[in-house]
Structures are given as C-alpha cells and as structure tokens.
Write a protein that binds this ligand. Structure first.
Ligand code: 2P0
Length: 332
C-alpha cells in the first residue's frame, strides 16, 4: 500500500479545483510527546509501533498560507526567506503535495511562519505538516474531518497527526495495514496551571534525523523489544494522572518514558546520542532540585533541548533556577 492509495481512499470524489478559494491559511501548534512515538510498523505510511500521547504548545507552531501560483514549481518561503528547490525541506514538502495533484496540476506559493527552530527536536515537522494540510483543506474547500486530516498529515510526518488540536492528544497506533484506524484524537482532560518550560541547549539542526534514528533503533537495539511494554505500562498511568490531576505521576511517567526511549537509542549501533554535555548537566540539576522538594520533571525528544513540566505555582522558583527558560502555559 502506498501513500497515494490512502489519499484515494479518503478522497472518494475528485480533488475538485473549481471550489478553490483565493487563499488557504491555518495555524497548527507544535506538540510535545509525554509518551513517545518511536518506531514504525509501516515506514511508507508512517504507521507507529505504539500509540503515543502529547500536549500542544498553544503559542508555538506554524502558520501556513497557501495560494495557487502560475509557476511550474512550488515556491516555499520560510520565515521570510525563499528556500532553494533542492533543500530537503522543500523536496519533502513537494513530494507530500504531489499526493494531492495526481490528476490536476497546480503549484503553490507557500508561506510558512514558524516560531520554533527547524529540525532541532522541537517538532517543527509536526506543526509544519499539520498546518499545511489544514491550509490545503481551507484552500480547496475539501471539508475533510479532523480524523481524515490527521491521517493525511501523518503521511507527511508521523507526529503531525497529533498537531491538529490544542491540549492533550492521543495518537492511536491502530492495527490495520492501510492505517485507516491510525489517527489522533483530543483527550477530554484539561489542566489549567500546567506549564511547559523550554530549556534550549542548542538550536542547531540535528545530525541524525529522527526518521533515521528510529529505524536504526528498531534494526539494531537489543532494548527495542521492551519499548512496546514500556508504552503499554505508561499510557494508562498518564491517563490516570490526567484524570486525577496527579502531577508527580504525570511528570514521573513522562520523564521515565523519554529516558527509556533515549536508552534504546544509545544502545543502537552506531549509537544515537542526542545529549550534549549541557543536556546532562540540566538533567542532574533537575534531579537535585526534585530531591530538594521542587516538583519538576523533564522530557526530551530527538534533540538536545529539554522540556520541563511543572505547575504554575512553582513557575517563579523554576525561573529563578533556569534564567533562560521559556515558560508556556499549556491552557492559557
Ligand atoms: C514524538 N519524535 O513522539 C517522538 C519523540 C521524536 C522523539 O515523533 O518519520 O518527525 O516524520 O514520522 O514525526 C519525531 O518523529 O518522524 C517524533 P516521521 P517524526 O514526538
């Protein structure tokens, strides 16, 4: 099964160009996984081995505006800079767009405003593809459901399937070969007072893409076999924590989930290590502060930056300890 087959299943009607508007535009937030997506059961369709659970950062993400142009290729402007056609970002985006122009040829002017660094482990591809599919839905008046849009954005990048909502989101791994049961959904719980702090260590693009790192972990890590068990253990705990507003359960489970993912990566060959010395120094500081009574936890993705979890009542103490932290209220 190919990506184009999934697109055909969703568009039982023609991708009707006539109903097109002048412009399509949408914002999608970036998301931070508390239970991670690490490993695919189908590489072509970005079908994950396990379900995952994330939290959206409402102020951080991508605003994408699209309009049909008279050119013979897509033009992509990212934060005011026109990108060269041979950059990996442009190639990947154009390949994604090709899925929707099998019968009709159109090319787009795409303007992306992203307020997070690209490819530095802050889920830029997640909010990028999510905002693109929402903008296309707007431009072409597709009127697709959020579930269908989640499936389509997954074809661009797995974690993009979770970036269509604010708040807590679960992405179901599903079991079907065509992935039609593999989509994300918002969870009903809210948590006013929950904060995420971004501790930037480096904004450099990562040396190993998460796509490659995931595959290498599956192919070579002796620990990958236990990853599914870890997720099966952590998912119910995270939901229980959300339901009961049990912060230490939420933070502890998230931190342990992230460290297990990184342990599997470290045991891959060649090893995948997203830690910089500063990353480890911050971790040790967090563990020490926690021992001293500050309720603070971290999670880490495919990059050296840490995302801290803490409650609003502790924001002052956290800021005092980490001067350069960027604090985001998850439910403003
Ligand atoms: C996550 N990450 O759950 C995990 C944790 C990174 C670490 O999803 O190959 O860019 O496009 O499906 O979505 C990053 O992987 O990978 C990711 P593809 P994606 O947030």
């Amino acid at each position: 099964m190919k990506k184009s087959d999934v697109v055909k299943m969703i568009f039982d009607h023609d991708l009707n160009k006539e109903r097109r508007r002048e412009k399509g535009s949408a914002f999608a937030p970036t998301n931070i996984a508390l239970c991670k997506y690490w490993g695919k059961r189908n590489v072509e369709l970005n079908l994950p081995v396990t379900s995952s659970l994330s939290i959206a950062l409402p102020d951080k993400g991508a605003l994408t505006t699209v309009s049909v142009c008279n050119d013979v290729s897509d033009n992509i402007v990212l934060n005011g800079n026109k990108l060269n056609q041979d950059t990996p970002f442009v190639i990947r985006t154009c390949q994604f767009l090709d899925l929707f122009r099998a019968n009709t040829k159109w090319f787009l002017d795409i303007d992306i405003k992203m307020n997070i660094p690209v490819a530095a482990g802050l889920a830029s591809s997640a909010c990028g593809f999510a905002s693109l599919i929402l903008a296309l839905n707007d431009l072409f008046n597709w009127n697709l459901s959020k579930r269908e849009l989640s499936i389509l954005s997954r074809l661009g990048s797995g974690s993009a399937s979770r970036s269509l909502w604010m708040g807590f989101v679960e992405w179901h791994a599903g079991v079907q070969a065509d992935g039609m049961d593999c989509y994300a959904e918002p969870l009903r719980w809210e948590w006013p007072g929950l904060n995420v702090g971004i501790l930037a260590v480096s904004h450099q693009a990562k040396s190993v893409s998460s796509r490659e790192a995931m595959q290498r972990t599956i192919d070579t890590s002796a620990l990958y076999g236990s990853w599914s068990k870890k997720v099966a253990h952590d998912m119910p705990l995270l939901k229980q924590a959300l339901q009961n507003k049990n912060f230490s359960l939420l933070g502890g489970t998230s931190e342990s989930n992230a460290l297990t993912m990184h342990a599997a990566m470290l045991s891959s060959w060649p090893p995948v290590c997203y830690f910089l010395p500063e990353t480890l120094a911050f971790m040790q500081k967090i563990w020490k502060l926690r021992q001293e009574g500050l309720d603070i936890y971290f999670t880490q993705d495919a990059g050296p930056n840490l995302k801290l979890l803490f409650l609003e009542k502790n924001a002052g103490d956290v800021k005092e300890q980490f001067h350069d932290i960027e604090i985001i209220r998850v439910f403003p």
